[in-house]
Design a binder for this molecule. Structure first.
Ligand code: MG
Length: 452
């Protein structure tokens, strides 16, 4: 068993400013990264008020270890990842706390190929961090900094060029970047595709005056109202760093993210049939239904976009065809674009989805998809792994998958029981087309662990 990450989670290191997250911590993350990835490092940040202070700290750590730094300023995480991948940088770092509230911030490390740093490499980075093992440069080896605030254009045009010119002509869309960096990208992408674009919460503002960085149905109520008021075809919103996109349909209804995944999957796999669709074990069976419709096969991973991205790369390396990948939270990964979640690309994809159904409204396309009933519960316990083992024993006669926690798979229902990595609790997910069958399964699990 390899050593586990201590400080970094599945999406970088994060914390509340002035508590866990300080310039000192970020400086040492920069020094550790600079000691491991010599060369030129690209950095960016989201719109959080603490972003500039942390950027200076990160740059100080990188420069003192001899790295040169190119500061891209405010931009979406996938834009930074795209620029790193296509411009030959030696690595990168994004200052963001993604969907967390405004008082949070954090750092996500990016490799030269644009992917997030693997768990194995993060463990090495943490070893340097905790032991203060930094390779400080001498006076004549300290790095230099360059500002490059306008490079987001490369990312915008790459997405636009992915689609036939003018594919969005005749469509009206409303974009809610949530005061985050997508304000610089998604409205331009959609307008260059031919859409008429309205915006809400489109001014960069780290106090997030319109809504919180997590795009919830409640927070997106003004977006829904604007979609209905303007007669728009759909509304799109992003989380705080725009690697995710979520949608409201033409009736202003929030689209559950597994259904968003399914809509885009139907489009992508329709043009790239017969390959693998890579997704975590927690994703709706809808994703499997749609994959099979296009002759695609599901490949399940542990929960976390980095595992999906790395698995896609691994499968392609084995000569296998990978059609699509993503999570059921609005984080979708396009193998012919880049191996990370990309909210701007997903917004553009929804235009293509609609363009493929010229005779139908988005609400009509959605209503034709099968309805799945999902139960999502947290169960607090002192010993989460003991509870997961108890479930495994109780259901040992059934089909069980152990990719991440325990997944019990029946024809008409599945249940996933996973220990939380950070809190004393287990997460339980159950899905069926029949709410009664899902409820019964939940009771069976509670009974198995002695909590009826
Ligand atoms: Mg995010």
């Amino acid at each position: 068993m390899q050593q586990k990450k201590q400080m970094f989670g599945t999406n970088g290191v994060r914390g509340v400013i002035g508590e866990r997250m300080t310039p000192d911590l970020v400086l040492r993350v920069g020094a550790a990264l600079g000691s491991m990835r010599k060369g030129t490092i690209a950095i960016g940040r989201d719109t959080r008020t603490s972003g500039e202070a942390l950027a200076h700290a990160l740059k100080a750590g990188l420069l003192m270890t001899g790295c040169n730094v190119v500061d891209m300023g405010i931009l979406p995480t996938p834009a930074l990842q795209y620029i790193i991948k296509t411009s030959g940088f030696d690595g990168g770092a994004m200052i963001t706390a993604s969907h967390n509230p405004p008082e949070y911030n954090g750092v996500k490390i990016i490799e030269a190929d644009g992917t997030e740093m693997s768990d194995e490499e993060i463990v090495l980075l943490e070893e340097r961090f905790f032991s203060n093992t930094f390779e400080a440069a001498a006076w004549d080896g300290v790095g230099t900094e360059t500002a490059a605030p306008d490079r987001v254009e490369e990312y915008i045009q790459a997405i636009v060029d992915h689609f036939p010119a003018g594919i969005g002509k005749g469509m009206t869309v409303v974009v809610d970047p949530g005061s985050g960096p997508a304000a610089l990208t998604t409205p331009t992408i959609l307008s260059r595709m031919g859409c008429k674009v309205h915006t809400i919460n489109a001014r960069l503002d780290g106090t997030f005056p319109g809504r919180m960085p997590e795009p919830t149905p409640e927070g997106l109520q003004p977006l829904s109202e604007m979609v209905v008021a303007t007669g728009a075809d759909f509304g799109v919103a992003h989380d705080g760093d725009a690697d995710r996109a979520v949608f409201v349909d033409n009736k202003g209804r929030y689209i559950e993210e597994n259904y968003e995944f399914g809509l885009v999957e139907d489009y992508v796999c329709g043009r790239n049939s017969g390959g693998l669709v890579v997704t975590p074990v927690a994703t709706s069976r809808l994703i499997k239904d749609i994959a099979e419709k296009h002759g695609c096969t599901i490949d399940y991973t542990p929960v976390g976009s980095i595992y999906v991205a790395r698995r896609m790369i691994e499968l392609i390396g084995q000569g296998k065809k990978v059609s699509f990948g993503g999570e059921g939270n609005g984080g979708l990964i396009y193998a012919d674009h880049q191996f990370c979640r990309d909210g701007g690309m997903t917004a553009a994809m929804m235009v293509a989805v609609l363009a493929g159904h010229r005779d139908k409204k988005l609400s009509e396309i959605l209503d034709e998809l099968p309805a799945y009933h999902l139960i999502k519960e947290k169960h607090h316990t002192k010993d989460p792994s003991a509870l997961v083992r108890a479930v495994e024993e109780a259901f040992s006669a059934e089909t069980i998958e152990k990719i991440d926690g325990i997944k019990i798979v029946r024809d008409d229902v599945w249940a996933l029981v996973r220990a939380s990595g950070t809190e004393p609790m287990v997460r339980i997910m159950i899905e069926s087309r029949d709410p009664g069958i899902a409820d019964a399964m939940y009771r069976e699990i509670l009974q198995a662990v002695g909590h009826t």
